[in-house]
Write a protein that binds this ligand. Structure first.
Ligand code: CA
Length: 289
């Protein structure tokens, strides 16, 4: 019986330590509109509705992200994640190496960057398993420094499509205004629907981007400068709505988190009471003996 009580107490301890982790999103859940909580700190998607530039050849048709004026349609930062590769939320640019560079409007402490890539062999869209996604940042929009390679998720089947999420999570936040995501896809069609940059306005504790020369960190844009599409995307700032005034964090979100925390506390208390009850019963039994 004593063993059981010790086990129950260990369970309570482990549960109370692990419980906050339960609120983190599952790995195959890419929700660009919901803030993420990492190590107890909440980060908003600061790229939402922000303007961006793209490199790569223009794709014409249903899955384009280029308007008749040659500017991006804004699919990459509208918060809409494609339901599958056939979804019009996909914004395609052509080329083995393309990039999207988002202007956050001001410096943010960047913690996590996430994007998605779809593959479909029958349409000649390369399997994301062979893709590499890197993230660079800049303070001035000119000199970019690579901050890491995004980690590839396991394959997530989506109605015949092969989806993988690419996520870079930094140990220490980096302060930057511009974020560039570069896709090396081993094929022609970069099939993606969103880039989310999770960060906060609190720059204290953030590192500055490492100093680098602009050559080593500006991949697609400068190398493709001669071609028409690159020149186009360079000239276009963006069609997306200009940076919204930072809106107040979703209250309902916070309330939900708070009520979850209370639920965990309640469960913890119940378990402790049950454990103590059992201990008392056992003690009484022993007394009688
Ligand atoms: Ca989108």
């Amino acid at each position: 019986m004593r063993k059981f009580i010790i086990s129950a107490l260990i369970f309570v301890l482990v549960f109370s330590i692990a419980a906050p982790g339960f609120t983190a999103a599952a790995e195959d859940d890419f929700d660009a509109k919901t803030p993420v909580t990492i190590d107890g700190v909440k980060y908003e998607n600061v790229a939402l509705e922000k303007s961006y530039e793209r490199t790569g050849d223009v794709y014409d048709g249903k899955w384009t992200d280029t308007g008749t004026d040659g500017k991006p349609l804004g699919k990459m930062t509208d918060g809409v994640v494609a339901a599958n590769g056939n979804d019009e939320a996909i914004g395609c640019y052509k080329g083995g190496e393309t990039s999207v560079t988002i202007d956050l409007g001001q410096a943010y402490a960047i913690k996590q960057v996430t994007t998605d890539l779809y593959g479909f062999a029958e349409w000649g869209i390369p399997d994301p398993s062979v893709a590499e996604v890197t993230v660079s940042v800049s303070s001035d929009g000119k000199s970019f420094a690579k901050i890491g390679d995004a980690e590839k998720s396991d394959e997530i089947p989506k109605e015949g499509w092969k989806l993988r999420l690419f996520t870079l999570t930094l140990d220490q936040t980096v302060a930057a205004r511009y974020v560039r995501v570069t896709y090396k896809i081993q094929g022609t069609f970069c099939w993606t629907s969103e880039v989310a940059v999770f960060g906060s306005e609190d720059l204290s504790g953030s590192s500055q981007p490492p100093e680098t020369s602009s050559e080593s960190s500006q991949p697609a844009e400068s190398s493709a400068a001669g071609s028409q599409p690159a020149a186009q995307s360079k000239a276009s700032t963006s069609s997306t709505a200009s940076a919204k005034e930072s809106s107040a964090p979703a209250d309902s979100e916070e309330q939900a988190e708070e009520s979850l925390t209370w639920l965990y506390i309640l469960i913890g208390v119940v378990v402790v009471v049950v454990a103590v009850g059992i201990a008392v019963v056992v003690a009484n039994k022993k007394k009688k003996e």
